[in-house]
Design a protein around this ligand. Sequence first.
Ligand SMILES: Cc1cc2nc3c(=O)[nH]c(=O)nc-3n(C[C@H](O)[C@H](O)[C@H](O)COP(=O)(O)O)c2cc1C
Length: 470
Amino acid sequence: MTQRKLRLGAFIMATGHHIAAWRHPGSQIDSGINIDHYIEVAKTAERGLFDQVFVADSPGIRFAGEDESFSRQGRVSHFEPVTLWAALSAVTQHIGFVATASTTYEDPFMLARKFASLDHLSKGRAAWNVVTTSAENVHGNFGLNAHPEPALRYERAHEFVDVVKGLWDSFDDDAFVRDAASGIYFDTDKLHTLNHVGKFFKVKGPLNIERSPQGQPVIVQAGSSEAGKELAAATAEAIFTAWTSLAEAQAFYSDVKGRLAKYGRRPEELLVLPGISPVIGRTLEEAQAKWAELQRLIHPCVGLSTLAPFWPGENLQAWELDAPPPFYPEPPKGTNSRAHVVIELARRERFTVRQLYEYLAGARGHWVVVGTPQTIADQMQEWFERGAADGFNVMPPVLPQSLNEFVDLVVPELQRRGLFRTAYEGKTLRENLGLARPPSRYAKLAFGNAQEAPSAPVRSAGNLISEAAS
Ligand SMILES: Cc1cc2nc3c(=O)[nH]c(=O)nc-3n(C[C@H](O)[C@H](O)[C@H](O)COP(=O)(O)O)c2cc1C
């Protein structure tokens, strides 16, 4: 039997995940809008045989603060993910591209079209990170008076994903015959019009692009609330998550895997990928010195601003740095599942305000591991083998420097242990991740699975493009 292998994604935050990374000499200071930087990073990830690169996104500036920390934030200007990955697909061969797009603020037809295009452009390496948008302050960019409530956002997300998947199946895989001799370009019997009418959307279809190399781009999800886990269980093939202890990660892993059966899915159809932000040294002392150097670069007002999502409405800049933050009996109103984890951690560890923001500065509450290639590989192996992870989202603290270190030092260690590939197995992202290519919903229908039938698949008239007739 072949040994189960770790999946590795590189979670790319322009200059790096550490909040002060842009001030570090190992980072590319203008990386948010520097295509050469992203080319370098994607090629490094590919050299390290990573499955995918991923960028997070929000349709607007997240930290629209009025305090002095605003001008010190290094992440306000960056590329839109799908266009970025489209450019990078032309200069890489193997690496998968995970782009974040919001079900709260985007339009399903346009989104389906963009991601189908990306899958074609990259020859089967596209994935969509389905988010309902965590930023509370971008609704004004879309004519809304408020950020919709989480329950409504997730309800819309279910319908949104269903519409997008339906549109991706507009053409059967073999619809395009392109037969110059007969003059038939495609078979209209193999074109399906969605005719979706639901609570949030009315979308006719079909999509004006054929079924893509992966059948459908890979679906990723990144919410950990009850509603988030349910959306993942119903629709996702990978879930990104943030845990700092083995026990929490194990509980989450078995929880989400346990939800799949009710959707007729098997546990291996959803990959659980927690984040890990590795600070790597050839010795432990070297790694700790690197970590301390990064922490010294944090301006206190920027550190305080990282706590805003966890204590909404508080005047954080007035807080005493070396005292504990206020702990309330209940999680503050308006906070999400991540905030609860962070506040609980701060309470448990008896963190002061400064200690908490220094802790969060590394990777916003994801798991930060300071160590040698061997100790970092030990911890990844433990999570992988003890039911906490199918792989990891590697979150380099400084880019490009820390990704180079991971590829040069940690990847060989994982390979030596037989935990990670030594060559890409497949051509598409699905093949590398070990995920099946989904059959079209209409192909399923042909085999008599009436439950998969869309409301009214109808054949579009007059779409037979015949050179003879024109
Ligand atoms: C690794 C990771 C990446 C995420 N990326 C994004 C992102 O790009 N945009 C976004 O709006 N939310 C992002 N999120 C947040 C989640 O999608 C979700 O909004 C958040 O966890 C709150 O929802 P929940 O209460 O269901 O957990 C990310 C979360 C994780 C763990």
